[in-house]
Design a binder for this molecule. Structure first.
Ligand SMILES: [Zn+2]
Ligand SMILES: [Zn+2]
Length: 264
């Protein structure tokens, strides 16, 4: 699917104050979150995404005194990519001295409310990155704002995804369920392509598959298809046991380990 760009005209951007500083190429892209609360209602109403992006631009121009929104592009849950400063223009969001080497791409999640990026948002971020590589001279690096700068940004779930190599979420197919103790193949079913995390509650067949597998490994866990605090605790304990990064998020490595790591 080609990138679904929302032009500055389409989202009603204010004109920049002055002209952009040109940027011929970068080492790559840094991923950001809003750092504030994002109303979960944006998931059901793209018009609210537009309002949010406009408010971010206002804050960057009026409170920060910047000449425009600080981001190169912003991805919403609907896999749409808002053009911020755009291609070959110096962003402002990475921190002083850090804007010439990376473009800045925002995912519309925050530190409360909507905190976990949907598959659509992850795909949107990747669409933006592909676009910047293709037309903006961006190199291969994908990093988080916090890499080399003191900030929580881009938040736990997005940063975990970045650290996992920013995998593109798969299709809508449900991974096959494998039995717990029947002999034979020990291979993990394909990773569902999204991070299982809490909060907010993540629900679905993939959650159930993982819970079933953890129960089969002997963990006390409800197989209810809802990844809440109890599932997260099991995940954290399992990650600690297996010397994985104990972030409480089921990403590709934690998913695979549930099937392939030895049961102790
Ligand atoms: Zn940031
Ligand atoms: Zn949207």
């Amino acid at each position: 699917m080609p990138i679904d760009l929302v032009s500055r005209t389409a989202w009603g951007a204010r004109a920049p104050r002055g002209s952009y500083t040109a940027l011929s190429s970068t080492r790559g892209v840094k991923v950001h979150y809003t750092g504030g609360r994002v109303d979960p209602a944006i998931v059901d109403d793209h018009a609210k995404c537009v309002t949010l992006v406009k408010s971010i631009q206002n804050s960057h121009m009026d409170a920060n005194g910047w000449m425009d929104i600080g981001y190169t592009a912003c991805a919403c849950p609907h896999q749409k990519v808002f053009v911020g400063r755009g291609l070959r223009h110096l962003p402002a969001a990475n921190g002083a001295g850090l804007n010439t080497s990376h473009y800045a791409v925002l995912g519309l999640v925050g530190n409360s409310g909507l905190v976990t990026p949907s598959d659509g948002m992850l795909r949107g971020i990747l669409d933006a990155i592909d676009w910047l590589r293709r037309e903006g001279g961006a190199g291969r690096e994908i990093k988080g704002h916090r890499d080399g700068y003191s900030t929580d940004c881009p938040g736990g779930p997005l940063y975990a995804w970045v650290q996992q190599g920013a995998p593109r979420p798969g299709g809508t197919s449900t991974p096959p369920t494998t039995g717990g103790s029947s002999g034979g193949s020990s291979g993990a079913p394909a990773w569902p392509g999204r991070l299982l995390a809490y909060p907010p509650l993540t629900t679905g067949a993939d959650v159930r598959t993982w819970q079933q597998r953890m129960a089969a490994r002997g963990w006390r866990i409800a197989v209810d298809g809802a990844y809440g605090p109890a599932s997260r605790s099991v995940c954290e304990a399992f990650q600690a046991e297996k010397k994985l990064a104990a972030d409480g998020i089921v990403g590709p490595a934690t998913w695979r380990a549930a099937w392939e790591a030895p049961i102790t």
